[in-house]
Design a binder for this molecule. Structure first.
Ligand code: TGC
Ligand code: FAD
Length: 396
């Protein structure tokens, strides 16, 4: 473990007293994750990102603070908490780094959740508790080299072979794949129907090469999934869902978490900018005394506050089972875009120092370039809102 002495000066900002809307469980979870991020993430994350290395040792710690499947029932190892608690945990993790939040999003919402939601009782007991404890690392394979925004065109396929299916194809851009013990993979059966299968690391014909050279999410490991006649037992097929709504249901869960998570990255950029503008002097006075700096900071906290309210309301709708996929798309799109705009303004406030690893700004900004693309791009979410309000489907 490569730990240095970086001190995390972050102080939370709650302009509209939103903490008053949280209950004691939310606040406990929030404080526990915040202090874990300060102790375990901030001291090392910049160095891992600079080296383009994933701090895989943090999987265990993430499990211990309950970051994997916070709203999955405790009988399967989840946290048994509500959707607001899940959101707040994602916010605190992404305040540290989007890649750390990604580790938790994928493990909890894209691997544990589909097995919990669509798996047999045997599959749930076999995999979900081990994923919750960090004993297993999981990944989620939907995107293919030629099918990103349009996963329904996927060509990865399974063919019946007695007591097993033979899996062929390839997935691309898969978070955690090189270090994963299992992969939840979406593939078409012989009738062209999308099914979810659980692929285990040591299955013959399965490999997960790492993708190198990313300028974004450098502390998160990303790879491919390659299937060459992989024999997957039929007992590894998720029995509870067919069709694209399987993976899209999981994406709704993860996109919801990102809508909260992005606020964390924005808060970290704002916090650093506020402090810098109070300390850094030019023309004989602090940057914060210039009206142009005040405009930037005032707009940042305004946009953060609006995003917090959107996430909080969405969380309440989710708790009541009323959050629609289109509402989740709106929040994911708005909040990630808000965060990336704030990171860009924060970079300006920090001047030249803003491009260095002394401050978290550039790392957040580069990370957010992935966050605005994965789990549905900025424009795909706009088109989902467009379809929802007009009734016309622009994808067809
Ligand atoms: P469409 O015909 O609209 O829908 C097919 C079926 O799915 C249902 N559905 C949803 N269900 C739950 N949640 C959602 N968000 C849903 N969206 C649609 C829909 O009702 C329908 O059900 P049924 O019963 O009628 O069959 O499908 P389409 O092929 O027209 O696609 C629509 C589109 C473009 C919106 C969809 O393909 C899409 O969202 N594309 C974006 C792809 C994407 O988000 N990929 C993400 C890959 S995973 C990832 O990025 C992980 S990053 C992890 C990390 O590191 O954090
Ligand atoms: P494309 O679909 O080729 O899109 C390119 C551009 O065209 C985008 O701007 C898009 O908005 C635009 N576009 C596409 N269609 C339309 C349209 N109809 N109208 C207007 N504009 C359109 N996937 C997984 O399955 N699992 C993972 O764990 C995972 N992790 C990821 C981690 C990282 C770091 C990254 C970068 C990606 C990850 N992804 C993962 C893949 C991610 O979900 C896709 O990159 C994303 O869905 C976009 O697909 P694409 O990159 O193929 O872009």
């Amino acid at each position: 473990m490569n730990k240095n002495n970086r001190i995390d000066p972050y102080q939370h900002h709650d302009y509209y007293l939103l903490d008053e809307l949280l209950d004691s469980d939310h606040l406990l979870a929030r404080d526990a994750v915040r202090s874990w991020v300060k102790q375990e993430v901030t001291p090392i994350i910049e160095d891992y990102a600079q080296r383009s290395e994933c701090p895989v040792h943090l999987f265990k710690g993430l499990a211990e603070i309950g970051a994997f499947g916070p709203s999955i029932p405790t009988q399967y190892g989840g946290g048994g908490m509500d959707e607001i608690a899940y959101g707040i945990i994602m916010q605190e993790l992404e305040r540290g780094d989007s890649g750390i939040r990604s580790m938790a999003s994928v493990q909890g919402s894209l691997v544990m959740y589909p097995i919990y939601k669509f798996g047999s009782e045997e599959q749930k007991m076999k995999y979900v508790p081990k994923l919750a404890s960090g004993e297993f690392i999981g990944c989620f394979g939907l995107t293919e080299p030629d099918h990103g925004s349009n996963p329904s065109g996927m060509i990865t396929n399974i063919k019946d072979d007695g007591d097993a299916y033979i899996l062929n194809g390839a997935k691309m851009w898969i978070t955690n794949s090189p270090v994963a013990d299992i992969a939840v993979v979406w593939a078409k059966d012989e009738a062209g129907i999308i099914r979810g299968v659980i692929v285990e690391r040591d299955m013959k014909g399965f490999s997960a090469p790492e993708i190198h050279g990313k300028w974004s999410l450098r502390a998160s490991v990303t790879g491919e999934l390659v299937f060459e006649d992989v024999r997957v037992p039929k007992s590894n097929v998720l029995p509870g869902v067919t069709g694209l709504k399987g993976p899209l249901t999981c994406l709704s869960k993860a996109r919801y978490g990102i809508a909260w998570g992005a606020i964390g990255a924005a808060l970290d950029c704002y916090d650093s900018s506020l402090r810098y503008s109070q300390e850094r002097q030019q023309f004989g006075k602090p940057l914060g005394q210039f009206q142009l700096t005040q405009k930037k900071l005032a707009e940042m906290i305004t946009e953060i506050t609006k995003a917090q309210l959107l996430a909080w309301r969405l969380g309440n709708l989710a708790n009541q089972g009323k959050a629609t996929p289109a509402q989740i798309s709106m929040a994911k799109r708005n909040n990630v875009n808000m965060a990336i705009e704030i990171a860009r303004e924060a970079r300006q406030i920090h001047g030249g120092m803003g491009i260095t690893g002394e401050y978290p700004i550039m790392r957040h900004m580069m990370n957010l370039e992935s966050v605005i693309t994965y789990e549905g791009t900025h424009d795909i979410h706009l088109l989902i809102t467009g379809m929802d309000v007009t009734g016309f489907n622009a994808f067809q």
